[in-house]
Write a protein that binds this ligand. Structure first.
Ligand code: GLC
Ligand code: CA
Length: 525
């Protein structure tokens, strides 16, 4: 199906990931909710984001912060009513923002009625909705993802006296996609939310949908076939909606999830993420350039979703053992900061609160699992940081309150008052980023100056060209760029609009302060 320009909205989107429970509590029970979130839409609009990605907000025992769903077509009572969600959706749409929600396809909570029925007896019609076995010997070589909590991908069910398959926590049994009824049930879930008007889904844990003996049980052709069928139905019945893949895999495997533009519209670039951290720590562009050069071309209508952090540990699955050790040594010296194959910290503390590397909210590594990066939003320096009117003991999570990252020091209200705060700077960079599609849609060509502490590339879309130069090091650097191809053009710095010297026959000399970067439009004037 030929895509209309409007249906390609996701290609330039700036997506803000958000958990309703962490954002704003409207009724004083210590838990963020939809009416609270609605009050904060102005803030998000002001920031310039155009898409909100909501973490799971469905009924759930919350043993995996909502990724353990017990009912797919309702709202968790702590977060409000379905009507509140609808009101929020309408208010976001009124502002021209789109909403994407989570679709946890691979597994449910063990509290879901499907599983309750399935385990109730071997004759139950839903028995075959999950992956049952008499023994735990099948799929022996399949890796365990939550290595810190799980010993096996099989769990014993004392009720029906058999084992069930789970790739995540043992309270999250995997659904059986060999049963077409499961697929139809999930399609009904999608239709429920699409009918209501959501703009897309982040599909959780997609590589693991189907199991086959003797394989890694990841990225199987059968799994791709399921995605293709979902995509076909979405395109036919709800054109313009977007599917985003969480497939934590090497570039060549993730790429398969774009198919021939007939699977996902977008996928997270998991391999690039840790390499950005490595490049900054090593003061060397190599990890970034190498992984991007290994990343195959993707179909025109598809897009990578780039990110630094999210609600999970910073996963180090898509790196070598040596790279992982390096990351642990540099960013998680304390073993308590590590979880599974990753690092459970926020961005700022990892960057040692260096403004030029990036600063923002702190984390609390003393909270279990990944909760240390899911603490309440810090709106102001007052009661509970403006997040909730509840007694502080009642909050779903303690606030960050240390002198460096605590809400008295870091909050929206104080940052709004300064033009030079991180918040104001974020607004500006989002604004500049939105001023050109080159940064989202253009081709990329790396320049390879001899100073490897500098990452430089040119992006091009049609006649429009943008030169990006980043100093990855903590000290000043000079760089000589071979820009002879662009001879005669004038670099125009995009934040201030100032003209730099015209590009001539010589190497182009730039000097950059610590962690400084430039975005230049290259114009022939
Ligand atoms: C995804 C989510 C993670 C969750 C897991 C199991 O990886 O990002 O938070 O624990 O799936 O649903
Ligand atoms: Ca509440």
């Amino acid at each position: 199906m030929a895509a209309s320009p409007e249906s390609l909205w996701y290609k330039d989107a700036i997506i803000y990931q958000l958990h309703v429970r962490t954002f704003c509590d409207s009724n004083g029970d210590g838990i963020g909710d939809f009416p609270g979130l609605m009050q904060k839409l102005d803030y998000l609009q002001e920031l310039g984001v155009n898409v909100i990605w909501l973490l799971p907000f469905f009924p759930s025992p919350l043993r995996d912060d909502g990724y353990d769903i017990s009912d797919y077509t309702a709202v968790h009572p702590s977060y409000g009513l379905l009507e509140d969600f609808k009101a929020f959706l309408a208010a976001a749409h009124d502002r021209g923002m789109r909403i994407i929600i989570e679709l946890v396809l691979n597994h449910t909570s063990d509290q879901h009625s499907w599983f309750q029925e399935s385990r109730s007896s071997r004759e139950n019609p839903k028995r075959d909705w999950y992956v049952w076995s008499e023994t735990d010997d099948h799929h022996k070589g399949v890796r365990i993802i939550f290595v810190d909590t799980e010993m096996s991908n099989w769990a014993w069910d004392p009720l029906s006296k058999s084992y069930y398959w789970h790739r995540f926590f043992s309270h999250q049994p995997d659904l059986n996609y060999d049963n077409p009824a499961v697929f139809e049930a999930m399609w009904n879930v999608m239709k429920f939310w699409l009918e209501m008007g959501v703009d897309g889904f982040r599909l959780d844990a997609v590589p693991y949908l189907v199991e086959r003996e003797g394989t890694s049980c990841e990225n199987l052709p059968e799994t791709h076939a399921i995605i293709r069928e979902l995509r076909k139905r979405v395109d036919q019945e709800y054109p313009g909606k977007m599917l985003l893949a969480e497939a934590n895999q090497w570039p060549s495997d993730v790429c398969l999830y774009f198919g021939e533009a007939d699977e996902f519209h977008m996928a997270f670039h998991f391999p690039l993420m840790p390499r950005m951290f490595m490049s900054v720590q090593l003061e060397d562009r190599k990890p970034i350039v190498e992984i991007l050069e290994q990343t195959p071309q993707i179909p025109d209508s598809c897009q990578w979703c780039l990110f630094l952090r999210n609600h999970d540990e910073l996963t180090l699955e898509m790196v070598t053992d040596i790279e992982r050790d390096y990351m642990y040594d540099e960013y998680a010296k304390d073993k308590g900061m590590r979880l599974n194959l990753g690092i459970r910290r926020r961005l700022s503390p990892m960057m040692d609160n260096d403004r030029w590397r990036i600063h923002g909210m702190g984390d609390n590594v003393y909270l279990g699992d990944r909760n240390g990066v899911r603490t309440p939003m810090q709106w102001n320096g007052g009661w509970n940081a403006g997040f909730s009117g509840a007694d502080p003991e009642r909050l779903y999570s303690p606030l960050i309150s240390n002198p460096v990252y605590g809400y008295q020091a870091i909050n929206v209200e104080s940052q709004r008052r300064s033009q030079h705060s991180l918040l104001s700077w974020m607004k500006r960079i989002i604004h500049v980023r939105k001023s050109s599609r080159v940064l989202s849609r253009g081709s990329i060509e790396f320049l390879k100056p001899s100073n490897h502490r500098v990452l430089a590339y040119v992006r091009q879309l049609g006649e429009e060209k943008i030169l990006v130069v980043n100093n990855l090091s903590k000290s000043a650097q000079a760089v000589e760029l071979d820009l002879r191809k662009y001879k005669g053009s004038i670099p125009i710095e995009m934040f201030g609009g100032n003209l730099f010297p015209r590009i001539g026959d010589l190497y182009y000399l730039l000097t950059l302060g610590p962690y400084q970067f430039f975005w230049f439009r290259l114009r022939r004037i």
